[in-house]
Design a protein around this ligand. Structure first.
Ligand code: ADP
Length: 528
């Protein structure tokens, strides 16, 4: 052990131990400890039986973990044989205390943990930044799409960028612009349609395949007394409440062909024509119902029919008399001079009546076709009335009727054609005389009513039944009682036209049995 070489081995062990911070042991091939870094190798027992040495001998490398007999610490040992010239000359052994390893490991673990936390922090931070960068354009897109609902995406909301999101933004923008244009066009079309529907004089109702009202206009609502807003989506029967028209719809749906139907309603009496047409294209299955109020047309037809029958009647009476008179004359009366004169006078009267009728008809036709020219000039109302009444005074006296005129003083002038207004007076007073029994009275009054001058001719005659009141201004219209009396039934029609040509209006009031009043108004002349 005093061998200088052996002393060197021990120093070597110390030296290595210092460098690698571990216990280094050098063992000879027979187990003697030659060098040791942590204990005195001379005090150490033979190490040949140490498990790591045995393993190194057997396998070329030995590992063991055990309590150290020398330091009495839990240690990890590693041992390898040292060969000189192909023969094992000894063993080198390294030992580390397990506590030391554990400490190293936990230091390492802490380092890893800290590192992990730092990495995680950085990752999360980066994630947030990246997410913000990628989600911003998507947020813009979201906003942009949300705005599309509203009225104005006419400006660019999305900032331009070069990536895919930028492209997407552009597509969405152009799509939205297109959409807006389309919506605008549609809205314009819709307002055109609803304007037309609202202005139409025909009632329009559209019904879908399930029999629900999908469209209805104001005229239809007024015709059937419907609340426009409540009608949408309701069944046709609930809306119209007329089974005839619902049947019309069903028939049209079944046959697929246009159907029409005229229905007369009572109270008030009305004629309504319905036409059902089935629609095609986008509207397939829907049926369009068009309603026309033909009451006025019907009324005009009646008036015309009555006109024809009346004119025939009016002509037949004088013509029949003329025929009878001429036959009587031919049968011999013409040889009896006084009788002949009587009959010829009769003929003269009948021809006068025919003449009168012809000229009245002509006058009426001229007024109706607006051929008659009027000579309007500012005229004092009282003068008009008294002049006309004077012309008829003699007739009234002959019929024993008291005719009076009362005129409010200082009345403003009216713009009138004097001879025409006189004609109106003549017609009205003449009628009053005709339909008032002897001893009665006719009171003519002229008053001011707001912007009008009102002329009233009130008699104490038989009066006019209410049903006839609205019709007496029609051509040839006569009440049944007046049938036998002379007259053409044209007088009031002419009066009405003349008054209306003056911008005025005429009407009659009557208390049956207690006389009638004929009243007309002409607007006061505006002086500026
Ligand atoms: P007519 O030439 O037959 O009198 P009008 O047009 O002047 O024709 O009158 C139409 C009808 O109105 C008359 O036939 C008569 O039945 C009724 N009528 C007009 N004026 C009066 C009146 N003052 N009183 C009663 N009935 C009247």
């Amino acid at each position: 052990s005093n061998d200088p070489d052996l002393q060197d081995l021990d120093d070597l062990a110390d030296h290595w131990g210092e460098i690698i911070h571990a216990r280094v042991t050098i063992i000879s091939v027979d187990g003697v400890v030659l060098g040791e870094s942590q204990a005195n190798h001379e005090d150490m027992e033979n190490h040949l039986n140490r498990p790591e040495v045995q393993q190194a001998l057997a396998e070329g490398m030995g590992l063991s973990q055990r309590l150290s007999y020398t330091t009495n610490q839990k240690m990890l040992y590693a041992s390898v044989p040292v060969e000189v010239d192909g023969e094992i000359a000894g063993f080198g052994r390294l030992a580390l205390s397990l506590e030391q390893i554990d400490a190293e490991i936990s230091r390492l673990q802490i380092s890893i943990l800290v590192f992990t936390v730092i990495i995680a922090g950085v990752t999360v931070g980066l994630g947030i930044v990246i997410a913000e960068y990628t989600s911003r354009p998507i947020r813009y897109l979201n906003e942009a799409v949300a705005v599309m609902d509203g009225p104005g995406l006419d400006r660019t909301i999305i900032p331009p960028s070069d990536d895919e999101i930028g492209e997407l933004s552009e597509s969405i923008e152009s799509m939205s612009a297109e959409l807006h244009e389309k919506i605008g066009t549609l809205q314009a079309e819709e307002s055109k349609l609803s304007a037309i529907l609202a202005q139409m004089s025909d009632g329009v109702v559209m019904v879908n395949d399930d029999g629900e009202v999908v469209l209805i206009n104001q005229t239809a609502a007024a015709l059937f007394d419907i609340n426009l807003d409540e009608a949408y989506g309701q069944s046709l029967i609930r809306v119209l409440r007329h089974h005839e028209f619902v049947e019309l719809w069903e028939k049209c749906r079944k046959k697929g062909k246009e159907q029409s139907l005229m229905v007369e309603f009572l109270n008030p009496s009305r004629f309504i024509q319905g036409v059902a047409t089935s629609l095609g294209g986008y509207l397939k299955g829907n049926i369009l119902l068009i309603f026309q109020d033909l009451t006025n047309v019907r009324r005009l037809e009646t008036v015309r029919r009555d006109f024809i029958s009346n004119i025939s009647h009016e002509l037949r009476t004088p013509l029949a008399s003329l025929k009878a008179l001429s036959e009587t004359l031919l049968a011999g009366a013409m040889n009896d001079a006084p009788a002949a004169e009587h009959f010829i006078n009769q003929i003269d009267v009948e021809v006068d009546a025919l003449n009168q009728m012809a000229s009245e008809l002509l006058a009426l036709a001229r007024i109706e076709s607006q051929e008659t020219s009027f000579k309007f000039k500012p005229t004092k109302p009282c003068k008009l009335a008294s002049k006309a009444v004077e012309r008829l005074r003699l007739q009234a006296e002959r019929a024993s009727i008291n005719l009076t005129v009362e005129c409010q003083p200082d009345l403003p002038k009216i713009n009138a054609d004097g001879s025409r207004i006189e004609q109106v007076f003549v017609n009205l007073v003449h009628n009053a005389i005709k339909f008032t029994p002897p001893g009665g009275r006719i009171d003519v009054s002229v008053t001011r009513q707001n912007g009008h001058i009102q002329f009233a001719i009130k008699d104490t005659g038989e009066g006019i039944p209410p049903d006839d009141l609205i019709r007496i201004f029609e051509r040839f219209y006569k009440t049944d009682k007046a049938r036998s009396s002379g007259g053409t039934g044209l007088g009031l029609a002419i009066a009405k036209h003349l008054v209306e040509a003056h911008g005025g209006m005429i009407w009659a009031e009557s208390d049956l049995g207690n006389g009638s009043s004929f009243i007309f108004r002409i607007p006061v002349l505006k002086t500026n």
